[in-house]
Design a binder for this molecule. Structure first.
Ligand SMILES: N[C@@H](CCC(=O)N[C@@H](CS)C(=O)NCC(=O)O)C(=O)O
Length: 225
């Protein structure tokens, strides 16, 4: 397997929020990669060879380096070319950003999965109540709503940052679990506006362009196209 376009290769799955945050950072940084879309039930052998844990996103650099954690792909992208309109975080903001992302990737994601797919978490002795987990997610969302109310429209004020784009794909998923309920429920208007701005953004549109699942014999495609 080689880098046919001379670009880093990104294994990705369109709907995966982790892959989405990686693609957002790649687009925001103005970079190009060779894209290999996949379906999770049929992961390409080459991807599993370079990253046996089998999660997306996986970025394979020209020198053979493999970056297979979404936050590391984001860090790589902004390290290559810092997005012009993103805020450079100071030390205190960076610490806050790291804390929020830990909360998101930990407690929020754990509850989001149980809200979205409760049947996967039923056990012999207990059933998983999706609404309990939705409420746990809401408690976390309320924290970001407070921040956005005080200093929005982005988490750190007037400019978007790493924190916004690491978090927003998961808030999008929370909404998608029950859009009618989310759109009607009162109580976090600033957060809804933050999400709505993201959903309408050119950045997301570019990051969500559709590709067919990749096959080794395919002509290589770039992302963004
Ligand atoms: N910590 C990883 C998590 C990535 C992850 O779990 N991605 C999911 C898709 S959303 C995945 O690839 N799951 C493997 C599977 O379902 O087979 C990261 O941040 O990149």
């Amino acid at each position: 397997m080689e880098h046919q376009l001379g670009l880093p290769v990104l294994y990705t799955f369109r709907r995966c929020p982790y892959a989405m945050r990686a693609r957002l950072a790649i687009v925001a940084a103005g970079l190009k990669v060779e894209v290999r879309e996949l379906v999770l039930r049929a992961k390409p052998a080459h991807m599993l060879e370079i990253s046996p844990k089998g999660t997306v996103p996986v970025l394979w650099l020209q020198d053979g380096t493999v970056i297979d954690e979404s936050l590391d792909v984001m860090r790589w992208a902004v390290g290559q070319n810092f997005p012009v309109d993103w805020l450079v975080l100071n030390a205190q903001q960076q610490q806050q950003c790291d804390e929020w992302i830990a909360l998101l990737d930990g407690e929020f994601k754990r509850n989001l999965d149980r809200y979205k797919y409760p049947h996967r978490y039923h056990t012999e002795s207990s059933t998983c109540d999706p609404l309990e987990h939705r409420a746990a997610c809401e408690k976390i969302l309320m924290q970001w709503n407070e921040v956005l109310m005080q200093q929005g429209p982005w988490l750190f004020g007037n400019k978007p940052s790493f924190a916004d784009f690491a978090i927003l794909p998961f808030v999008r998923q929370f909404r998608i679990a029950d859009e009618a309920w989310f759109d009607a429920v009162p109580g976090y208007e600033a957060l809804k506006q933050w999400l709505a701005d993201f959903l309408q953004s050119d950045l997301l549109e570019t990051a969500m362009v559709k590709y067919s699942p990749w096959q080794p014999a395919d002509i290589p495609l770039t992302f963004p196209g």
